[in-house]
Ligand binder design. Sequence first.
Ligand SMILES: [Zn+2]
Length: 310
Amino acid sequence: MSAVNASTAIGTTATAEAGVAYVGRFAPSPSGALHLGSLTTAAASFLDARHGSGRWLLRIEDLDAPRVIPGAADAIVRSLENLGFSWDGPVTYQSQRLPLYQQALEELGRHGQTYYCSCSRRDRGGSDDAGGYAGTCRQGPTRPGPVATRFRADLNPAPDFTDRLQGLCGPGRAAAGDPILRRRDGLYAYQLAVVVDDAAQQVTDIVRGADLLPSTCWQRSLQLALRLPPQRYAHLPLVCEADGSKLSKSAHAVNGAIAGASALLWRVLSLLRQAPPPELRQAPPPELWSWAIRHWRLESLQGLARLDAN
Ligand SMILES: [Zn+2]
């Protein structure tokens, strides 16, 4: 097994200032409006960063062009502004960072960590990169035509890690096969881009929804292969409907207007079990944030299977 020495460009495009102990980020996909689930993630990530006097970055994950809804990125940014979020540095867009992903992919390829895969989604039993790929093309594509690039996850087993909320976490989807890093249509995959960007932006702490937990070991494997530092993780219980079913993103789309900002933030802080005092229910966002940053307790979410919207 060869390790990849990727001390080249990935670490040199850093935007964080040296010596900052905590760098967090919120990384929404502009495939729809901000909704109660993504807003709750944004708030938890923001509060965790600011409570620790850390930096907080905003990154738009707009690589999956067919799923990007025109105007959604701007709407998300505007909503966050109206709700009183503040981030460090300019908003970054993954669609403008393709050379970084290309470079990482080439680095992995040079060290035998990738291979071309000609399997279609149907070959894989209809599953996408949620796993289940048996490594069919590890010795080469099995048919002519367009190919995806896959990562040899088996060569880079990531050790178990301790999540700040979920406790000890095992291999997740990494046990289920080699993830796609570049799709057959040429688009870079989320798994690669997120690892490259978190390293390039010197992110130390990732606070995100537990729906991404199964992918975390793939990302840690990629970090190993690229010799990138690991992050700390806190995977949040997901916001669900009051009956425990999957949150309806359209029913809970966030109206990011300034008018309802206070009530919305108060609701999100309550969802996050921060127990905001009733007298702050109508307080302007800066006042709410100031209270919430001072009193932030991630531990309030420990042991919760889900957060019920109501
Ligand atoms: Zn294949």
